[in-house]
Design a protein around this ligand. Structure first.
Ligand code: PGA
Length: 248
């Protein structure tokens, strides 16, 4: 079975770090199993530079969001899915909790997904509950609502486009805290089941939140997830590829 490791740089890195990561990846990639799908999502400004180095390698390069207002138009500051595709990137992370907490609604997330799929990009859709919601017994209800309110009716028709869900409990992101093993497997199973009911296919369900080289093995065994979405530990090629080497 394919295992996925997708890195999300958030608003981190520099031109030099993006260049060094890509150069480092080129050296490490020949040693990675072909059963591992790798992706990295730097800030927009570093996409082209990374793609210049990684274009013909097995490392996918993607963006961290895209405009929800179509592909072109009078939208100052927006970057469209078509533009992301145009520079050669192939996926986009949508609905990260750090964006939801800055005002992205289910409606805008649904529009971003539609724009991304229309432009031919693959999608990693992030969902996850806050600590308060978990404590109130609402984790599944929240995730269900996030999925139902933003998913298109049908899976992407093009085989080269993947659609993955990343279950990322908000309280585990960047905190060093991990869900209990049974919470992990319960939630990834839940996401997988929802997607199966909706699209009648198995799609990759990743786990994200404080994944590091030292815990990725246990996290994947416990969660039975298809892979991981990694923030902090994706910033250096050493950490990123150590994490890949420690996959179960
Ligand atoms: P983290 O971030 O690995 O730094 O916790 C994960 C994410 O936000 O995708």
């Amino acid at each position: 079975m394919l295992k996925w490791v997708i890195g999300n740089w958030k608003m981190n890195g520099s031109l030099k770090e993006a260049h060094d990561f890509a150069e480092g990846a080129v050296k490490k990639l020949p040693h990675v199993s072909s059963h591992v799908m790798l992706g990295i999502a730097p800030p927009f400004l570093y996409l082209s530079g990374m793609l210049g180095i990684l274009r013909d390698t097995a490392m996918m390069v993607g963006a961290q969001t895209c405009s929800d207002r179509g592909q072109y138009g009078p939208y100052t500051g927006d970057v469209s899915a078509s533009m992301i595709k145009d520079v050669g990137a192939n996926f986009v992370i949508i609905g990260h909790s750090e964006r939801r907490s800055h005002g992205e609604t289910s409606t805008s997330i649904a529009s971003q997904i539609a724009c991304a799929l229309e432009a031919g990009l693959s999608v990693v859709l992030c969902v996850g509950e806050t600590m308060e919601e978990r404590d109130s017994g609402l984790a599944k209800a929240v995730v269900l609502k996030q999925l139902e309110s933003s998913l298109p009716k049908h899976a992407p028709a093009k085989t080269e486009q993947f659609f993955a869900i990343a279950y990322e409990p908000v309280w585990a992101i960047g905190t060093g805290r991990l869900p209990m093993p049974e919470e992990l497997s319960e939630m990834t199973h839940f996401c997988r089941q929802i997607m199966k009911d909706r699209w009648q296919i198995d799609i990759p369900v990743l786990y994200g939140g404080s994944v590091k080289p030292s815990n990725v093995h246990d996290v994947l065994i416990a969660s039975k997830a298809s892979g991981v979405l990694v923030g902090g530990a994706s910033l250096s090629p050493e950490d990123f590829f150590q994490l890949v080497a420690n996959l179960p």
